[in-house]
Design a protein around this ligand. Structure first.
Ligand SMILES: [Zn+2]
Ligand SMILES: [Zn+2]
Length: 214
Protein backbone atom coordinates (compact mmCIF):
# COMPACT_ATOMS: atom_id res chain seq x y z
CA UNK A 1 0.00 0.00 0.00
CA UNK A 2 1.27 3.45 -0.93
CA UNK A 3 1.72 6.04 1.79
CA UNK A 4 1.82 9.74 1.03
CA UNK A 5 3.52 12.67 2.74
CA UNK A 6 2.63 16.20 1.66
CA UNK A 7 4.94 19.19 1.98
CA UNK A 8 3.85 22.75 1.23
CA UNK A 9 6.89 24.44 -0.24
CA UNK A 10 7.93 27.89 -1.47
CA UNK A 11 5.96 31.15 -1.49
CA UNK A 12 3.24 29.61 -3.66
CA UNK A 13 2.59 26.83 -1.13
CA UNK A 14 3.14 24.25 -3.81
CA UNK A 15 2.39 20.65 -2.85
CA UNK A 16 5.37 18.33 -2.98
CA UNK A 17 4.48 14.67 -2.52
CA UNK A 18 6.62 11.79 -1.32
CA UNK A 19 5.08 8.36 -2.01
CA UNK A 20 6.44 5.09 -0.68
CA UNK A 21 5.40 1.55 0.09
CA UNK A 22 6.47 -1.31 2.36
CA UNK A 23 9.74 -1.73 0.45
CA UNK A 24 10.69 1.88 1.39
CA UNK A 25 11.38 2.78 -2.22
CA UNK A 26 9.88 6.20 -2.82
CA UNK A 27 9.05 8.67 -5.56
CA UNK A 28 9.25 12.43 -5.19
CA UNK A 29 6.63 14.37 -7.13
CA UNK A 30 6.98 18.07 -7.94
CA UNK A 31 9.80 19.02 -5.56
CA UNK A 32 9.10 22.68 -4.93
CA UNK A 33 11.60 23.07 -2.10
CA UNK A 34 13.31 26.43 -2.53
CA UNK A 35 15.01 27.61 0.65
CA UNK A 36 17.72 25.62 2.37
CA UNK A 37 15.32 25.03 5.24
CA UNK A 38 12.80 23.45 2.89
CA UNK A 39 15.46 21.28 1.27
CA UNK A 40 16.56 20.15 4.75
CA UNK A 41 12.97 19.32 5.73
CA UNK A 42 12.62 17.07 2.69
CA UNK A 43 16.01 15.47 3.21
CA UNK A 44 15.42 14.86 6.92
CA UNK A 45 12.06 13.25 6.26
CA UNK A 46 13.48 10.89 3.67
CA UNK A 47 16.56 9.98 5.69
CA UNK A 48 14.75 9.53 8.99
CA UNK A 49 12.04 7.40 7.38
CA UNK A 50 14.69 5.21 5.76
CA UNK A 51 13.30 5.87 2.28
CA UNK A 52 15.15 5.30 -0.97
CA UNK A 53 14.13 7.74 -3.74
CA UNK A 54 14.00 6.04 -7.14
CA UNK A 55 11.98 8.44 -9.32
CA UNK A 56 11.58 12.20 -9.65
CA UNK A 57 8.27 13.01 -11.32
CA UNK A 58 6.89 16.35 -12.50
CA UNK A 59 3.18 16.85 -13.14
CA UNK A 60 4.17 19.86 -15.25
CA UNK A 61 7.03 22.27 -15.71
CA UNK A 62 5.94 25.45 -13.91
CA UNK A 63 8.76 26.87 -11.84
CA UNK A 64 7.03 26.44 -8.48
CA UNK A 65 6.84 22.68 -9.10
CA UNK A 66 10.41 22.20 -10.28
CA UNK A 67 12.39 24.54 -8.00
CA UNK A 68 13.77 21.55 -6.12
CA UNK A 69 14.48 19.35 -9.16
CA UNK A 70 18.20 20.16 -9.13
CA UNK A 71 18.49 19.42 -5.41
CA UNK A 72 16.55 16.14 -5.54
CA UNK A 73 18.20 14.89 -8.73
CA UNK A 74 21.73 15.46 -7.43
CA UNK A 75 21.08 14.46 -3.82
CA UNK A 76 19.65 11.04 -4.66
CA UNK A 77 21.01 10.57 -8.21
CA UNK A 78 17.60 10.13 -9.77
CA UNK A 79 16.32 11.17 -13.15
CA UNK A 80 13.54 13.65 -13.83
CA UNK A 81 10.45 12.34 -15.64
CA UNK A 82 8.27 14.89 -17.40
CA UNK A 83 6.00 15.03 -20.45
CA UNK A 84 8.01 16.21 -23.50
CA UNK A 85 5.56 19.08 -24.13
CA UNK A 86 6.59 20.59 -20.79
CA UNK A 87 10.30 20.06 -21.22
CA UNK A 88 10.75 23.63 -22.57
CA UNK A 89 9.74 24.84 -19.10
CA UNK A 90 12.77 23.04 -17.68
CA UNK A 91 15.06 24.29 -20.42
CA UNK A 92 14.00 27.88 -19.78
CA UNK A 93 13.45 27.53 -16.04
CA UNK A 94 15.94 30.23 -15.08
CA UNK A 95 14.30 32.79 -17.40
CA UNK A 96 10.77 31.88 -16.30
CA UNK A 97 11.54 31.97 -12.61
CA UNK A 98 13.44 35.24 -13.06
CA UNK A 99 10.33 36.77 -14.66
CA UNK A 100 8.48 36.01 -11.44
CA UNK A 101 11.35 37.30 -9.31
CA UNK A 102 12.77 33.96 -8.17
CA UNK A 103 16.28 32.63 -8.30
CA UNK A 104 16.35 28.86 -8.61
CA UNK A 105 18.93 26.16 -9.21
CA UNK A 106 18.99 25.13 -12.86
CA UNK A 107 16.98 21.89 -13.20
CA UNK A 108 18.60 19.01 -15.07
CA UNK A 109 17.33 18.67 -18.64
CA UNK A 110 18.54 15.12 -19.13
CA UNK A 111 15.02 13.81 -18.60
CA UNK A 112 12.88 10.80 -19.39
CA UNK A 113 9.66 11.35 -21.32
CA UNK A 114 6.30 10.57 -19.78
CA UNK A 115 3.36 9.66 -21.98
CA UNK A 116 -0.25 8.74 -21.46
CA UNK A 117 -0.65 5.20 -20.16
CA UNK A 118 2.93 4.78 -18.93
CA UNK A 119 3.22 2.58 -15.86
CA UNK A 120 5.80 3.85 -13.37
CA UNK A 121 7.01 1.22 -10.94
CA UNK A 122 8.60 1.66 -7.54
CA UNK A 123 8.88 -0.98 -4.83
CA UNK A 124 5.86 -3.24 -5.21
CA UNK A 125 3.69 -0.38 -6.42
CA UNK A 126 2.92 1.44 -9.61
CA UNK A 127 1.42 4.67 -10.88
CA UNK A 128 -0.29 5.18 -14.23
CA UNK A 129 0.38 8.35 -16.19
CA UNK A 130 -2.79 10.11 -17.35
CA UNK A 131 -2.24 12.90 -19.87
CA UNK A 132 -4.19 15.90 -18.54
CA UNK A 133 -3.14 18.97 -20.56
CA UNK A 134 -4.84 22.37 -20.45
CA UNK A 135 -3.07 24.12 -17.60
CA UNK A 136 0.12 23.45 -19.57
CA UNK A 137 0.60 21.54 -22.82
CA UNK A 138 2.37 18.67 -21.13
CA UNK A 139 0.41 18.34 -17.90
CA UNK A 140 0.03 14.84 -16.52
CA UNK A 141 -1.59 13.20 -13.50
CA UNK A 142 -0.35 10.17 -11.61
CA UNK A 143 -3.00 7.59 -10.74
CA UNK A 144 -2.92 4.63 -8.39
CA UNK A 145 -5.71 2.20 -9.20
CA UNK A 146 -4.84 -0.06 -6.26
CA UNK A 147 -4.85 2.73 -3.70
CA UNK A 148 -7.49 4.88 -5.40
CA UNK A 149 -5.82 8.25 -5.55
CA UNK A 150 -4.63 10.65 -8.23
CA UNK A 151 -2.05 13.41 -8.12
CA UNK A 152 -3.31 16.10 -10.46
CA UNK A 153 -0.76 18.90 -10.38
CA UNK A 154 -2.51 22.17 -11.25
CA UNK A 155 -5.28 20.60 -13.38
CA UNK A 156 -7.74 20.22 -10.50
CA UNK A 157 -7.91 21.75 -7.02
CA UNK A 158 -10.38 21.43 -4.16
CA UNK A 159 -13.12 23.84 -5.30
CA UNK A 160 -11.26 25.13 -8.33
CA UNK A 161 -9.31 24.29 -11.46
CA UNK A 162 -5.97 25.34 -12.88
CA UNK A 163 -5.56 28.68 -14.64
CA UNK A 164 -5.36 28.57 -18.41
CA UNK A 165 -4.15 32.10 -19.11
CA UNK A 166 -0.43 31.29 -18.95
CA UNK A 167 1.49 30.30 -22.12
CA UNK A 168 0.38 26.83 -23.26
CA UNK A 169 -2.85 27.03 -21.30
CA UNK A 170 -6.07 26.00 -23.06
CA UNK A 171 -9.43 26.09 -21.30
CA UNK A 172 -11.20 23.62 -23.62
CA UNK A 173 -8.34 21.19 -23.35
CA UNK A 174 -8.38 21.46 -19.56
CA UNK A 175 -12.12 20.81 -19.44
CA UNK A 176 -11.61 17.73 -21.62
CA UNK A 177 -8.90 16.53 -19.22
CA UNK A 178 -11.21 17.09 -16.26
CA UNK A 179 -14.57 15.93 -17.60
CA UNK A 180 -13.28 13.39 -20.08
CA UNK A 181 -10.60 11.83 -17.93
CA UNK A 182 -10.14 12.75 -14.28
CA UNK A 183 -13.74 12.68 -13.07
CA UNK A 184 -14.22 9.31 -14.77
CA UNK A 185 -11.77 7.74 -12.32
CA UNK A 186 -14.68 7.45 -9.89
CA UNK A 187 -16.17 9.28 -6.91
CA UNK A 188 -14.08 7.56 -4.27
CA UNK A 189 -10.73 8.43 -5.79
CA UNK A 190 -8.80 10.80 -3.56
CA UNK A 191 -7.31 13.85 -5.28
CA UNK A 192 -3.96 15.31 -4.29
CA UNK A 193 -3.65 18.65 -6.10
CA UNK A 194 -0.69 20.93 -6.81
CA UNK A 195 -1.87 23.50 -4.28
CA UNK A 196 -4.23 23.35 -1.34
CA UNK A 197 -5.87 20.48 0.50
CA UNK A 198 -6.67 16.99 -0.76
CA UNK A 199 -10.22 16.21 -1.85
CA UNK A 200 -12.08 13.45 -3.72
CA UNK A 201 -13.50 13.22 -7.23
CA UNK A 202 -17.00 12.80 -5.74
CA UNK A 203 -16.64 15.90 -3.59
CA UNK A 204 -15.51 17.94 -6.61
CA UNK A 205 -18.31 16.67 -8.85
CA UNK A 206 -20.78 17.68 -6.12
CA UNK A 207 -19.35 21.09 -5.23
CA UNK A 208 -16.71 22.38 -7.66
CA UNK A 209 -18.33 25.24 -9.63
CA UNK A 210 -15.96 24.69 -12.57
CA UNK A 211 -16.99 21.08 -13.14
CA UNK A 212 -20.53 21.68 -14.35
CA UNK A 213 -20.95 19.29 -17.23
CA UNK A 214 -23.57 21.29 -19.18
ZN1 LIG B 1 1.20 25.29 -12.71
ZN1 LIG C 1 1.45 25.38 -9.28
Amino acid sequence: MIQIKTFYFNDLRECTYVLWDETNECVIIDPGCHSNTEKERLEKFIESSGLKPVLLLNTHGHFDHIMGNAFVASKWHIKTHIHPEDKPHLERALQYSDMFGYKIDEPPTDTSDLKDGDILKFGKSSLTVIYTPGHTRGGVSFYSKDDQFVITGDALFAGSIGRTDLPGGDYDQLMESLLGRLIKLGDDVKVYPGHGPATTIGQEIATNPFLRCE
